[in-house]
Design a protein around this ligand. Structure first.
Ligand code: NAP
Length: 347
């Protein structure tokens, strides 16, 4: 199969690096173009990026020169890990110029004609792309993936929709890699918990409804679930842990819930997409799991682990969910979106 050339916007950042690492051995996509800020422009990637991942940067990408983040010479398919302060304008310019942009940034997520995708949960939301072309007049398209905490939560909630998901209370314990690099100062985070992440709670509360919503009449009808989120930053490298309580319309046994988690599958598993974990949600029975140090890399970082299901005296049930914030929560999620779009004939 001929390789598809891809570009990476924000290639030097935390998410950009994860794109490069994940695409190094990808069976369909090859990185041939990198874009970042003026700080990096014109430098070889190895000199521009402060590489933070445990696997070495791939030799061929290290030699590429970082470009201005402007359309023109980039391949048609572009992954974006741009800072949200600039992503709106730059991603819009790329879509206007005919690129297919798969974005991690918040800027277009809640736009009514932009899919906010988790392929296992809402693959049919790609149908919004027809309306996008008509409304914006872009020659290209924009597809987004959710906020990193929202992805973990929405994946864990998706199999519970069948039981009448009504109310969710979630408290997150989010890793420092979620704040980019260099991110949170060590003085602030070492031996500490920071009970505030700017804008994060609002994202979780609104994005979850769009993701779990249904596609009907050419638009996404948000799911009626009410979500209340509290977000905290903790001194963990990778992996967002979430304490979740849910209220369900139906009476369900714990065994039925665990079975719903473990048997949950979606379009990526059906199509056997390269980045799709065979089992997207895994329920762990040990009473002290999941833990970021032990479970974050399950399924190549694409599996969300769930555990500690027990009854909740306030709502109905409570449990813990964990996912890798820069893989399932960012770069891996975007790559899975592109794989789905390719197999569905959209690219
Ligand atoms: P980061 O480490 O701060 O990287 C930001 C990237 O944006 C860098 O490549 C930077 O290039 C580039 N950039 C900044 N200003 C620019 C400009 N004026 N023009 C062009 N490029 C510019 O951030 P990150 O953690 O990778 O996050 C990237 C995006 O993904 C953000 O929107 C974030 O909210 C989202 N996200 C992050 C995570 C996560 O877990 N980290 C998860 C989900 C979504 P230079 O190096 O040249 O400055």
């Amino acid at each position: 199969m001929a390789q598809i050339e891809v570009g990476i916007l924000g290639a030097t950042g935390m998410v950009g690096q994860q794109f490069i690492a994940l695409l190094a051995t990808h069976p369909w996509f090859t990185v041939t173009w990198l874009g970042a800020s003026q700080r990096s422009e014109g430098k070889a990637y190895r000199d521009a990026a402060a590489w933070r991942l445990p696997t070495p940067a791939p030799e061929d990408v290290s030699k590429l020169v970082v470009n201005q983040a402007a359309p023109g010479k980039a391949p048609k398919l572009v992954f974006s890990g741009l800072d949200s302060g600039v992503a709106g304008e730059i991603e819009g310019a790329f879509a206007n110029a005919g690129h297919f942009v798969i974005s991690n940034s918040k800027n277009y997520r809640m736009d009514a004609i932009v899919p906010l995708m988790i392929p296992e949960v809402n693959a049919d939301h790609l149908k919004l792309l027809d309306a996008q072309a008509a409304a914006r007049g872009w020659k290209g398209r924009i597809v987004t993936n959710p906020n990193c905490s929202t992805i973990v939560l929405s994946m864990a909630l998706a199999p519970l929709r069948q039981f009448g998901l009504e109310t969710v209370m979630v408290t997150t314990l989010q890793a420092i890699s979620g704040a980019g690099y260099p991110g949170v100062p060590s003085w602030d985070i070492l031996g500490n918990v920071i009970p505030f992440i700017d804008g994060e709670e609002e994202k979780i509360e609104s994005e979850t409804q769009k993701i779990l919503g249904t596609f009907a009449g050419g638009a996404v009808v948000p799911h009626p679930v009410v979500v209340s989120a509290t977000t905290t930053r903790v001194p963990v490298h990778d992996g967002h842990t979430e304490s979740v309580s849910v209220k369900l319309a139906q009476n369900v046994t714990p065994e039925a819930l665990i079975d719903a988690f473990n048997s949950f599958r979606g379009r990526p598993q059906e199509l056997k997409l390269p980045s799709a974990p065979p089992q997207p949600l895994v329920y762990l029975t040990e009473r002290n799991r999941p833990q970021p140090a032990l479970d974050v890399n399950r399924g190549g970082g694409m599996t969300v682990t769930v555990g500690r299901l027990r009854s909740c005296p306030v709502l109905d049930y409570k449990f813990i969910a964990l996912g890798h914030n820069t893989i399932r929560g960012a770069a891996g999620a975007a790559i899975l979106n592109a794989e789905l779009m390719h197999r569905e004939g959209i690219l």
